[in-house]
Design a protein around this ligand. Structure first.
Ligand SMILES: [Zn+2]
Length: 273
């Protein structure tokens, strides 16, 4: 009997000891309870697809390459190289000229088949234009439609023609052996206006060709690819700063190209050439 009690005490002691050994340690403090993200459908704001067609002022201004220019010429207009057009830069200090909107029949390389013999600019002397050569008495044509502003001999320019164009630009043709048009004449792109010569300060018969806006000359290479004798498909951003005008040539954005976007469905627009 005593041994049975002893055995029972021993077993109880063992169980008690085992239960003490296997007692779990005090749990560490848990991290803050995870918050479930609401799974319910949250309605998104309705999309407005009109942003695909931005109605920028530039877009409106570049719709037509034809600008309102001053055609009533003063004696000053007919006798000076650098002349401002009071109708330009009237709305703001920027004029946009989208060359890609000028149809193929409304521009011409000023000296067909001519090659550049001296570029614009340069370090030693600032060349205000580009020199293009073929041969003596070759036909010089107007680069764009416009009105002849000046046609006379003028100092180092020799016989010079200046055409004010409806796109806002002016072009200058100098050293001519003969001028074929007079101030006030309306000319079309490609129309003969003078013959190449060596009048003024020139060492050979050639065309000195300048491009200007509001009297300020800029690189004609921005307008024409001189090697291909082609008009560039670019957009000119002309910004007036005091008496200066900075002309930047930018690539066309899709909405500035000749075609237009039309809606194919409420949320999809397709480009029409
Ligand atoms: Zn020159």
């Amino acid at each position: 009997m005593t041994s049975k009690i002893h055995n029972s005490i021993l077993i109880l002691s063992l169980i008690l000891f085992a239960s003490c050994r296997t007692q779990k340690p005090t749990p560490r403090p848990t991290s803050p309870e995870t918050v479930d993200f609401p799974t319910a459908n949250i309605p998104l704001p309705a999309m407005d697809f009109n942003f695909i067609l931005p109605e920028t002022p530039e877009l409106t201004m570049s719709h037509s390459p034809r600008k309102d220019i001053t055609e009533a010429l003063t004696p000053h207009d007919k006798s000076q190289i650098a002349v401002k057009d009071p109708k330009l830069f009237k709305e703001n200090n920027t004029e946009i000229i989208n060359l890609s909107l000028i149809p193929s029949g409304e521009y011409a390389f000023p000296l067909p088949n001519g090659n550049v013999i001296s570029p614009y600019g340069g370090r030693r002397r600032h060349h205000s234009g580009v020199d293009i050569k073929t041969c003596a008495n070759d036909t010089i044509v107007s680069a764009f439609d416009g009105i002849v502003r000046m046609a006379k001999p003028f100092a180092a320019y020799g016989n010079v023609i200046i055409v004010r164009h409806y796109n806002g630009l002016e072009t200058i043709y100098s050293h001519n052996s003969k001028n074929l048009v007079k101030p006030g004449d309306r000319v079309l792109a490609g129309q003969p206006i003078a013959l190449t010569g060596q009048t003024g300060r020139a060492t050979t018969e050639h065309l000195h060709f300048e491009t200007r806006i509001n009297g300020v000359h800029f690189n004609p290479n921005i307008i024409f690819n001189m090697a291909k004798r082609e008009l560039r498909s670019k957009c000119l951003v002309c910004t007036q700063k005091g008496n200066n005008v900075i002309v930047k040539s930018v690539d066309l954005l899709p909405h500035q190209k000749k075609g237009s976007y039309v809606p194919a469905s409420p949320d999809k627009w397709v480009y029409n050439e």
